[in-house]
Design a protein around this ligand. Structure first.
Ligand code: PEP
Length: 268
């Protein structure tokens, strides 16, 4: 049995799903990157040419670089995504960007509900749900982020928080084709800390079950559930092999093509 097959079993070894998700390794550049950074996308595209990872690959640069990032990735395996969108498709919202506008740049997906947006901009599950719905309406895949704080982790509240965040952030428009979930413990982001592989497997299996409860097995089974939070080339293999982990959302280690390729290597 390969590690890929193993991921579709629950913690007791029972098969959870009929259909396996296609894994995704996505890079979130956050508020980093200028024109000079586009060379990292060109390097990534060139290096992936002869490689056949069993995952999709995506970079989510800042909005200022989306058009040029699309050009840099043209004809390659690298997809480009946005980092956030507004809940409305147009209107009087100075400084904001809608899902339709993102779609118009040629991107295929957008991250919604990243914990930095939840913390810095007061985004609630309701806001995140509306943003995911706007992404779906524009024809984009919504990468919906969930994750507990350190306080909640220490209080053993992680699964409870996941239940309520999935319930509150997942719109009725979610399907197997337009939704990816990213589990990112807030305390693991940018800290160099990660939960144990056993903890990651437990949370991802819980999220899979919540998705099955919300959408039914056929829609929930092929949804990729990414792990995010201090994923690096040296821990990617063990984290990606955990049950119900179908890829990674990567911050710091996605800024340099060489590091990001080291994470993608977990799927080769
Ligand atoms: C993130 O911000 O989505 C993230 C996972 O960051 P890092 O990999 O740097 O922890």
């Amino acid at each position: 049995m390969s590690i890929f097959e193993d991921k579709f079993r629950d913690l007791k070894g029972e098969f959870l799903m009929a259909k396996s998700p296609r894994a995704l390794v996505a890079g979130n550049w956050k508020m980093n990157g200028k024109k000079a950074s586009l060379k990292e996308i060109r390097t990534l595209a060139a290096k992936l040419k002869d490689r056949k990872p069993k995952c999709n690959v995506m970079i989510c640069p800042p909005a200022t670089l989306l058009g040029e990032a699309k050009t840099a990735a043209k004809g390659s395996k690298v997809k480009i995504g946005g980092q956030d969108c507004h809940t409305a498709q147009s209107g009087a919202h100075t400084g904001d960007i809608s899902a339709e506008m993102l779609k118009n740049t040629g991107v295929t997906a957008v991250i919604v509900g990243h914990s930095e947006r939840r913390a810095d901009h007061g985004e609630t599950d309701k806001t995140v749900c509306a943003k995911a719905e706007a992404a779906h309406a524009a024809g984009l895949t919504a990468i919906i982020c969930v994750g507990e704080t350190l306080e909640q982790y220490k209080a053993n509240q992680t699964l409870k928080v996941m239940t309520s965040q999935i319930k509150g952030s997942l719109p009725a428009t979610a399907t197997a084709k337009n939704t990816v979930i990213a589990y990112e413990p807030v305390w693991a982001i940018g800290s160099g800390l990660t939960p144990t592989v056993k903890e990651v497997a437990k949370v991802h299996t819980h999220i899979r079950k919540r998705l099955v409860a919300a959408l039914g097995e056929d829609e929930a089974a092929p949804i990729a559930i990414l792990y995010g939070g201090s994923v690096k080339p040296n821990n990617a293999v063990e984290l990606m092999a955990a049950a119900n982990v179908n890829g990674a959302l990567v911050g710091g280690a996605s800024l340099k093509a060489v590091d990001f390729l080291g994470i993608i290597a977990a799927y080769e």
